[in-house]
Design a protein around this ligand. Structure first.
Ligand SMILES: Nc1ncnc2c1ncn2[C@@H]1O[C@H](COP(=O)(O)OP(=O)(O)OP(=O)(O)O)[C@@H](O)[C@H]1O
Length: 321
């Protein structure tokens, strides 16, 4: 759907984006991840021509966006911002209706769509007549999302959409967001500096540094197959948390280390120290002497590390008590 081809953006002599290429397939959720100043926002803004490229090309559905007038281009692209950008003197209904109004939709269609979006984003209908400042940060963020989705654009660009929220609200809304029906089938490019958010929301992550994409891949690729020390150290502090929360066993299946049978005494592996290997062994080898074997069912492959760990710990505890 989107092809970014050798794009460069210079501000003066400084290249904020230095020869970046990537593809976003239809329905994919791609996250641009990186520390402050690495060029994420600049890259995002070039996709809807809020910022123009210095060189290189961007294609959306095979059309070079240079040849599409910005207003026309943006009609098919929703844009959600960190500080939600809601107009304080417009009601919630008026804020959501901005794009449909520009598109001259009939009144009834706008009313229907606005109320439908509110419902899909789990906001009560009586909020329609309120003003943004009467809502909490998280609720405002959802209204910002409703506004970006108003004309049902196939493509959504999101710049730190949860960045203004406190950590707890942010974690909750990120979780909810990943399950929203209204976002299914949308192609999304999302900018964040939050690693956990990236892992939770992205099918594909582009890890950026100094205007370049250092590595592109799914979360397990970045975690278990880093291309260089920058990638390793970027995730180091949160490695354990990421493994606990973001990675499913089936995702890391191909990266699991092999295990030496002799390391197992009496068929018992110390799962506290070596859970990945224990899981590998349990799933891969149907060895009856392994006590934990029966604890793991095929469905558990779709559980995350955290729930697997709890399940194993309970099992182990029961066994030794
Ligand atoms: N309009 C501009 N004029 C001059 N320099 C700019 C402009 N916009 C961005 N830059 C510079 O380009 C670089 C990349 O900025 P950008 O905002 O894209 O980074 P970012 O990764 O999104 O950072 P943050 O997470 O802090 O928003 C920075 O060095 C920034 O100072």
């Amino acid at each position: 759907m989107i092809v970014v081809d050798s794009v460069v953006k210079k501000f003066g002599n400084i290249a904020a984006i230095d020869t970046v290429s990537f593809k976003v397939n239809e329905g994919e959720n791609v996250v641009l991840l990186g520390t402050s100043g690495c060029g994420k926002t600049t890259m995002l803004r070039m996709i809807n021509r809020l910022t123009e490229t210095t060189s290189g090309n961007i294609y959306i559905n095979e059309k070079n966006i240079k040849n599409v007038p910005p207003e026309e281009l943006r009609r098919n692209i929703g844009y959600a911002l960190q500080h939600n950008g809601l107009f304080p003197h417009y009601t919630i209904a008026e804020n959501i209706a901005i794009v449909p109004e520009l598109l001259n939709w009939p009144k009834e269609k706008i009313t229907k769509r606005t109320s439908e979006l509110l419902e899909q984003l789990h906001l009560p209908q009586n909020y329609l007549s309120l003003y943004p400042q009467e809502l909490s940060g998280g609720q405002q963020q959802r209204v910002g999302l409703a506004r970006a989705l108003a004309a049902d654009p196939p493509l959504l660009l999101m710049d730190e959409p949860f960045g203004a929220l406190d950590a707890v609200t942010r974690a909750n809304i990120t979780n909810e967001f990943s399950k929203l029906e209204v976002l299914k089938n949308k192609t999304i490019v999302l900018v964040t500096h939050d690693i956990r958010e990236a892992f939770q929301l992205g099918n594909k992550i582009l890890l950026m540094d100094k205007g370049k994409v250092v590595q592109e891949g799914a979360a397990p690729d970045l975690l278990f197959n880093p291309v260089n020390n920058f990638v390793t150290s970027f995730f180091e502090d949160q490695r354990m948390q990421l493994e606990l929360n973001a990675v499913l066993l089936k995702d890391i299946w191909n990266y699991l280390p092999s295990i030496n049978q002799e390391e197992i005494t009496d068929g018992i592996i110390d799962i506290d120290n070596n859970i990945w290997q224990a899981l590998y062994l349990l799933l891969n080898k149907k060895n009856k002497s392994i006590v934990l074997h029966n604890a793991l069912t095929a469905e558990m492959k779709t559980a995350n590390y955290d729930s697997l760990f709890t399940a194993f710990s309970n099992y182990k505890q029961q066994r030794y008590e």
